[in-house]
Design a protein around this ligand. Structure first.
Ligand code: CS2
Length: 431
């Protein structure tokens, strides 16, 4: 069988790079790369790996091409996606700086995971983190002597270093588009970059004046592809593909912010550009991601390995529904929480999507802060007992196998979190 390449697939040459991506993984490919391909303009992506440098190898060998297997409730269909023009090892800082400093580059997208934003419990850049301290010093050194400066180790440190190269090159304004599940991700990335550049005044001034931070809410369930999926991609396309991606048909992308150097017509693929993103973020982060974290906390102990299997268990589902009842009360009425909920139920129960709970459980501590705590906070403020949120927290603490570290978890919720912790502990003892 033929290996997937641009020549073999008859796709012509790669589109010119105008987007740089950090965090080349399955979700980037099922979401931003797919939207960019669908938009149909000549926008190519230079994608850099995050924590898994090996991910660049098969893609580079396939000229950036990969098969997207769309897995609906009744069957699979396959499409070859050509928007990734180049795949790079993310540790190649020279290539990253050159790509971001190119005047033809208009956008940097990010999928660096929630933990990649280096936030402390108060939701701001964690200045006590060793990696933050080291990257701050590296950026200070880079503004004096870029050649000899130490190399930053975090994704945002690398991005800041590359923005410094763009500033020096006089390449003009650019948009940074974070695509991770964090509320206000545009504001978060802005504060984190400014914090990392706190000892690099010219870089700070450039970020303030010329880097537009776009907030986004992203959605597409993308389970890890299995060996069977590799074989399936080959059967469906006739090409050997060492990096196929599987995703549900549903896809959503809501964005708020400016693109000073232009952007693809992502709306052609269904993206929405809005002035106020918060209602969309709340709905997605609480209803979908909050439920996911509950499923990943309770499911394994009850013998479930996937979202569909956990959701089909009445006990687990009951916990999710209680949390949904509480979250729904705080959603904007025009976003039709009931319809969204019904649609989510169908997406979660799709038995053909093998979305593993272990995949979702990664980094759960940080996820709980964005997914459960805002609902807890609102329920308590409204004078209700927030029992659904507390049950979710108790399940999460059980899954972690430890007590709640209240000073880290609740710093943003309330001054006096003792009653909350006591109630969570009481729930855990009762089980
Ligand atoms: C999941 C998300 O792994 C997780 O934490 O909740 O990746 C989820 O599948 C996506 O946000 C769906 O859009």
């Amino acid at each position: 069988m033929t290996r997937l390449t641009r020549v073999a697939a008859g796709l012509g040459s790669a589109p010119p790079v105008r987007i740089v991506h950090l965090g080349l993984g399955a979700f980037h490919r099922s979401h931003q790369a797919w939207f960019t391909a669908r938009a149909g303009d000549d926008w190519g992506i230079a994608a850099f790996t995050g924590r898994s440098p090996a991910a660049a190898v098969p893609l580079a060998e396939q000229n950036g091409l990969f098969t997207l297997v769309e897995r609906g409730p009744d069957g699979d269909s396959a499409e070859i996606i050509g928007s990734i023009a180049r795949a790079h090892d993310g540790r190649d800082l020279e290539a990253l700086a050159a790509a971001i400093a190119a005047p033809t580059t208009a956008i940097v997208t990010l999928t660096i995971t929630e933990a990649g934003y280096l936030l402390g419990p108060d939701g701001r850049l964690d200045g006590s983190d060793d990696a933050v301290i080291a990257d701050r010093a590296a950026l200070r050194a880079a503004t004096r002597d870029p050649v000899r400066a130490p190399r930053p180790s975090t994704a945002l440190g690398r991005l800041a270093m590359a923005l410094e190269a763009r500033r020096r090159a006089g390449a003009g304004p650019i948009a940074v588009v974070p695509c991770d599940n964090l509320p206000g991700n545009g504001r978060v990335v802005r504060e984190a970059l400014l914090g990392l550049a706190s000892d690099a005044p010219e870089l700070r001034a450039y970020i303030e004046a010329e880097v537009s931070m776009v907030s986004t809410s992203v959605d597409r369930i993308t389970p890890a592809a299995t060996d069977d999926d590799h074989a399936l991609a080959e059967r469906l396309t006739g090409f050997v593909d060492h990096a196929p991606v599987v995703a549900e048909p549903f896809h959503d992308w809501v964005l708020a912010g400016e693109f000073p150097a232009g952007r693809p017509a992502w709306e052609r693929a269904g993206a929405r550009f809005v002035d106020d993103i918060e209602p969309f973020e709340n709905r997605k982060l609480w209803m979908l991601n909050g439920a996911h974290t509950i499923l990943a906390s309770v499911g394994p102990a009850r013998g479930h390995e996937t979202v569909a299997s956990a959701m089909a268990d009445a006990t687990v589902r009951g916990l999710v529904e209680r949390f949904w009842d509480e979250a729904s009360r705080h959603l904007a009425p025009e976003l039709e929480a009931d319809n969204y909920r019904d649609a989510l139920m169908a997406r979660f129960l799709n038995p053909r999507i093998e979305h593993r709970l272990a995949q979702i459980a990664q980094g759960a501590g940080i996820k709980v802060r964005a997914r459960i705590l805002p609902v807890l906070q609102r329920e308590l403020a409204a004078g209700r007992d927030a029992s659904g949120c507390l049950a979710a927290l108790a399940a999460w603490a059980d899954a972690e196998g430890q007590g709640i570290d209240s000073s880290r978890l609740f710093a943003r919720v309330s001054e006096d979190f003792t009653p909350v912790v006591e109630r969570v502990d009481a729930l855990r003892r009762r089980r």
